[in-house]
Ligand binder design. Structure first.
Ligand code: ATP
Ligand code: MG
Length: 420
């Protein structure tokens, strides 16, 4: 026997006995997105590397350390998608989606790839549900986007999640904030990690997002962006908060949230779970009024969020939220003797065509082993067809839970009526 090949580090299999949990989550997400007016967008799994360098930003951990990048056969650098926003905006521009009128509201459910150190809630291939709300500069759009994820948590019965919001300003007020940060970090330069020393020059805001504990400790006392907002950004933030208040959505201000990606402006937010360990952010998002232009479009505002499906399922697990299991086998049709083989196969096939989950044995088992298999399948009813039944054109159906039996014609229609 040759050696087994195992899955790559940081990837997961979703096994048949757990895939229903994913299907449930995805159907709730799709339904909520549709109710809130978003339509699905699908994009390629890999893009030209330049898209993420420009769209995510070359001072981010994602671009600097985490991308799966390789050269294709034509010599171009391509990258497995590390996040969805750059792809969604690329597609929006490439296909002129703005032409049909604004705003454009899209959602996606897609895998992402990042070369991170795998641990609970952090993988190299993970899945996100994300939305992009393109074209609106108004605080109402910020509140709508936040409101969607807040509603999703309600629909999934997830509790104990904190919404944290912040504003990181705009190109008008950012320079003053950057200068204040730079001054603060400059005097503590010798304790910062290598990446952060580099970030200090290019984008000191990134230091606030550094995962190193020492940098985190230093960043805790750093100047706060909210103190440096220009009048317009302050008004925008106040109006966003007022809209959330009007919608009855509770939030906390966390002046330290900056989000990991470079293109964010103004509102940034995270939904943080009290039931996860270190990987506690289930959803992150914000406004990115500079991104569309950075990707070659006409300057236009936009915002969105992305939520990790694996982390959402971990929270649901931790909270013991039960997910309805899909229905098992409805009727198992056992056969006894060679003559019953084909009629049993035909009945099962006809029942399935009528939408009844019917099963039979295809392993050549004897009757006793067939009934054991029916038990394992969790069949609600069973029936045995042998020479007698074929002759009469009728057979007994057994209710597997109660053991009671009743007679039925050997017709798919009649059996369906009897067991559903
Ligand atoms: P973190 O600070 O946890 O690394 P991030 O800021 O890199 O998160 P985003 O890029 O904003 O995360 O992605 C949004 C969401 O996607 C996260 O809140 C999380 O739920 C999920 N996510 C991000 N990276 C991973 C990963 N490696 N494995 C699993 N889920 C992830
Ligand atoms: Mg990250």
């Amino acid at each position: 026997m040759s050696e087994l090949i195992l899955k790559p580090k940081g990837t997961n299999d979703v096994l048949p006995e757990e895939s229903y949990r994913w299907q449930h989550l995805e159907s709730v997400l799709r339904r909520a997105a549709a109710d809130f007016g978003y339509r699905e967008i699908r994009f390629p799994t890999f893009e030209y590397t330049e898209l993420f360098v420009r769209g995510v930003g070359d001072t981010t951990d994602v671009v600097q350390k985490e991308m799966f990048t390789f050269t294709d056969r034509g010599g171009r650098s391509v990258t497995l998608r590390p996040e969805g926003t750059a792809s969604a905006v690329r597609s929006y521009l490439e296909n002129s989606l703005y032409g049909a009128g604004l705003p454009v509201k899209v959602f996606y459910i897609a895998p992402n790839f990042r070369g991170e150190q795998p641990q609970a809630g952090r993988y190299r291939e993970f899945h996100q549900f994300g939305v992009e709300y393109l074209g609106s500069p108004c605080p109402a759009a910020d509140a709508e986007v936040i409101g969607l994820y807040s509603d999703i948590l309600d629909r999934l019965c997830i509790k104990n999640i904190r919404l944290e919001i912040n504003s990181i300003g705009c190109p008008e007020c950012r320079p003053a904030f950057h200068a204040a940060l730079k001054e603060y970090f400059q005097s503590r330069r010798d304790r910062l990690c290598g990446s952060c020393i580099e970030r200090m020059e290019k984008n000191p805001l990134r230091i606030l997002d550094c995962k190193s504990p020492v940098c985190g400790e230093i960043a805790a006392g750093s100047p706060v962006g909210l103190d440096h907002l220009c009048g317009e950004c302050r008004d925008h933030f106040e109006a966003t908060k007022a809209m959330l208040d009007a919608m009855g959505i509770a939030y906390e201000i966390n002046p330290k949230i900056v989000r990991g990606l470079d293109y964010y402006t103004r509102t940034v937010f995270e939904f943080v779970s009290g039931d996860l360990g270190a990987q506690s952010t289930v959803c992150g998002g914000g406004r990115y009024d500079g991104l569309i232009e950075a990707l070659g479009g006409q300057s236009a505002p936009g915002l969105g969020f992305a939520a990790g499906l694996e982390r959402m399922l971990l929270v649901m697990d931790a909270q013991g939220i039960s997910i309805p299991k899909p229905e098992g086998c409805r009727i198992f049709i056992a056969s006894l003797g060679a003559a019953a083989d084909k009629p049993a196969q035909k009945l099962v096939n006809d029942l399935r065509k009528l939408g009844v989950k019917a099963e039979r044995d295809t392993m050549g088992r004897g009757l006793k082993a067939q009934m054991k298999y029916a038990d394992r399948l969790g069949a609600a009813f069973s029936m045995v067809i042998g020479d007698n039944e074929l002759e009469k054109g009728r057979a007994n159906i057994k209710d597997m839970a109660t053991g009671s039996t009743f007679e039925c014609f050997l017709s798919a229609e009649d059996i369906k009526n009897a067991v559903t």
